[in-house]
Design a protein around this ligand. Structure first.
Ligand SMILES: *Cc1c(COP(=O)(O)O)cnc(C)c1O
Length: 479
């Protein structure tokens, strides 16, 4: 009898949302990238490459990027939004800017550019990657709530097409830099529309207590618009709003779009200018576990297009060109991480036994579980299990009890030392938020296609990790 039916006799600490698996070895295809399957021996394969071989050759832990999946997801976002916002449909077109902070290296920047997307950056380092990858400045945007003078100088040198101005201080800083260079800086104003969305809820308030953007409610956004519109060295191209992350509820985007478009109409009327661009931000939710129900891209695009058309008609304004900035939704599903199991422990909880499976990484390569209470799934990646499914918690090797990668999942109860565990959907905010806690070198990212396997980020070694400690210059030998 399955443990969840056995009730008190064989209670499990499974959360209510987690279904007892029909087949614990089977993949839930919607959690894995296009080219990932399991072979008849239960070995996870990507584009024909078994992870057992990848583990042997490249080591663990490793993040694996399904390159074709990444590229096709990027193309799908662009074609779907371009189609929904087409001129034939009475709109003014759409751009997709990939949010580089989700995960960025030169290979990713190139793929994004090849697929026809723009690239959003928010630091000198991210701009340097984009530039080294050959992405032209006019396909790059610069975000950030506290851009340094050096970052603004670099952005103007690079010729980025949009600088998202986030404060009155920044209006002054950018204006004086542009004036000193005798140039005109392209400005999008980041406005706080009083909508905050998280997953299935959104909250619309008059005021938002957070660090980003210029408030519509208290008039700061209007003041900034006036300063930019009147400056000889700043060109007001449009408005931007980003309401949150991992959003499944379309109504937050609809309210935000309506508020931005109404503000745009005011600004255009007051200053007698046209604002050609409106950026509705990113944050489109994805599937980390079976409980997540993202909005299909086509539905999102159609709904947003209809709000934009309706609001502009009501306001009697021109229709702006729309951009969106997905990060997670493009990169996360294209990547999984595999680890090797080092220890397995049974502990008892009030609701039954739980198995702790400790792997050779943790919160240094995936901090989202600890930081955001995120849920992940996982699977045994090197073999089939014929054991009864058991509730496991996959944890790392760090000195924190919150060092959890997968809080709850079913795995065959015989999971053991030396097994490989793979965690899907780790493309976004895992490698980019990775760290050297406990002096663990950070893992690499392996790009896999049928005929090609190569590092796009090499694994850090101890020499690289210790390069900033002068006392380790001798390689860590006692002196
Ligand atoms: C983080 C961020 C994004 C991307 O968010 P995702 O959840 O990865 O889609 C887009 N725009 C802005 C301004 C952001 O800060």
């Amino acid at each position: 009898m399955p443990a969840h039916i056995a009730g008190t006799l064989h209670a499990t600490p499974a959360p209510v949302w987690l279904p007892y698996p029909d087949d614990v070895n089977a993949l839930l295809p919607s959690l894995w990238s296009d080219n990932v399957t399991k072979n008849s021996d239960g070995v996870l394969t990507i584009a024909g490459h078994p992870v057992t071989e990848l583990a042997e050759q490249y080591g663990t832990p490793t993040l694996v990027m399904d390159v074709d999946d990444f590229r096709s997801r990027a193309e799908t976002y662009l074609s779907t939004f371009s189609n929904a916002f087409s001129v034939e449909k009475g709109l003014a077109g759409a751009d997709v800017f990939y949010a580089g902070k989700a995960f960025l290296c030169t290979a990713v920047a190139r793929w994004v550019h090849d697929a026809g997307l723009g690239l959003d950056t928010c630091s000198l380092g991210e701009m340097m990657i984009a530039r080294a990858a050959g992405v032209p400045g006019d396909r790059v945007g610069l975000h950030g709530n506290n851009k340094s003078a050096a970052e603004l100088e670099y952005a103007l040198d690079y010729g980025v097409s949009r600088i998202f101005v986030d404060s009155l201080d920044e209006v002054a800083r950018l204006e004086s830099i542009a004036a000193a260079r005798g140039t005109v800086a392209p400005v999008m104003l980041r406005v706080t529309v009083g909508v905050e969305a998280h997953t299935h809820d959104f909250i619309a308030t008059a005021h938002e207590d957070q660090k980003f953007g210029l408030s519509l409610a208290d008039g700061t956004a209007a003041a900034a618009a006036r300063l930019v519109a009147e400056s000889e060295h700043l060109r007001l191209d449009g408005l931007h709003s980003h309401i949150g992350s991992q959003i499944f509820d379309i109504s937050g985007f609809q309210v935000a779009a309506a508020r931005v478009l109404a503000f745009r109409a005011e600004i255009m009327g007051e200053h007698g200018i046209d604002l050609p661009d409106v950026d509705l931000g990113g944050g489109f939710g994805i599937r980390y576990t079976s409980q997540d129900t993202p909005i299909p891209v086509a539905e999102m695009a159609e709904e947003l297009a209809s709000v934009v058309a309706k609001e502009c008609r009501g306001l009697g304004t021109s229709v702006p060109r729309i951009s969106i900035e997905p990060g997670r939704a493009i990169v996360s599903p294209a990547v999984f991480t595999f680890y090797e199991v080092g220890t397995v422990k049974q502990v008892s909880t009030d609701s039954g036994p739980r198995t702790y499976v400790a792997v050779d990484g943790g919160m240094s390569d995936n901090i989202r579980t600890a930081l955001y209470d995120a849920d992940y799934s996982c699977t045994l990646a090197n073999r089939n299990s014929s054991a009864e499914p058991a509730i496991v918690r996959v944890v790392g090797k760090h000195c924190e009890s919150g060092d959890i990668i997968v809080r709850d999942e079913y795995m065959g109860a015989d999971v053991t030392v030396g097994d490989l565990v793979a965690v899907p959907t780790t493309g976004a905010y895992c490698r980019s938020l990775s760290n050297n806690y406990n002096h663990l070198p950070r893992p690499g990212v392996l790009a896999v296609e049928a005929d090609r396997v190569e590092w796009i980020v090499t694994p850090e070694d101890h020499t690289q990790m210790f390069a900033t400690d002068p006392g380790m210059a001798g390689g860590g030998e006692p002196n």
